[in-house]
Design a protein around this ligand. Sequence first.
Ligand code: FEC
Length: 313
Amino acid sequence: LKKKIGVLVMSYGTPKSLDDVEAYYTHIRRGRPPEPEQLKELKDRYEAIVGGVFPLRENTDRQVEHMQAELNKFDLPDVEFVCYQGLKHSDPFIEDGVQNMAADGITDAIGIVLAPHYSIMSVGSYIKRAKATAEESGMNIRFIESYHLHPKLIEAFANRVSAKLDLFVETGAQRDDVKVLFSAHSLPEKILAMGDPYRDQLLETSRAVAEKAGVTNWQFTWQSAGRTSEPWLGPDVLETMKELSEQDVRYMLVSPLGFVSDHLEVLYDLDIEAQEVAEELDVRVMRIDSLNTDPLYMQTLADCVVTECRKGA
Ligand code: FEC
């Protein structure tokens, strides 16, 4: 009989409907309900995105399904992997995921987050919550903290960068004239003083993807900073676009590396907000396709889990 190992696949989570946005936003704000204007502004952003109002839910469901299929391919002699979802800000929450594993009699588990880079404020907080619930249920759980240099992840991003550079070339630009802007979700600046690896890991991924795609004309920039009074890491992508346009850069390829799925921060912040700025600046901006269920990404996740499992064997 094979031993069942639970795989807790953690992701950000998204509201279930427009009526659920307030509860979701309150959860993100650690229990403080948003002001009515803040709530309206967030609902307006969800209403503005195309391709389904809350695409992250379906994307996460599909990623977990495909990851399960990828794990099944390993067919290890003594182990069967069973994936469970645990979301940071929505149902099923991280705690639910761990409790569901425990209810199914799982005693050993591995946790992984659908975000490749570690920060104490992002992946660190997913792990903290999962660990606390696992301890309560006496479950043994280990975690993959980051996988930002996994060769298949780098290849998946590099393929996407190359595909869009080809599209620029087809429409008349020279490949080297396109500035590749690698981006990721900003975090409060205080993480640097805390010695957080987030920024360095993102720069490492950027360098590796640029090298793999044969890109030399690139820079890193932040996006989607929170609307709070404390300073957030910058420059923001919109600022970077303005600066570049002043230096006569006409073509830019935004390449988010910290996100693995189509959701609000990609479909609104980049596809709507950044495109509006591009129009004002009269520059051409494209975005790489999100990974979603790219087989190379699914293989990255499965490989990390199997490697972690073998380490513990
Ligand atoms: O499509 C969707 O429904 C969800 C899109 C979404 C993703 C996402 C990923 C990350 N966030 C990270 C950090 C922060 C910090 C705050 C914060 C706030 C928000 C708000 C919305 C939101 N985030 Fe998010 N984030 C997404 C959505 N995020 C909506 C609230 C309104 C706003 O600020 O726009 C500030 C919280 C606070 O007040 O303390 C910090 C990081 C990631 C990438 C890693 C990950 O996926 O975990 C880091 C997707």
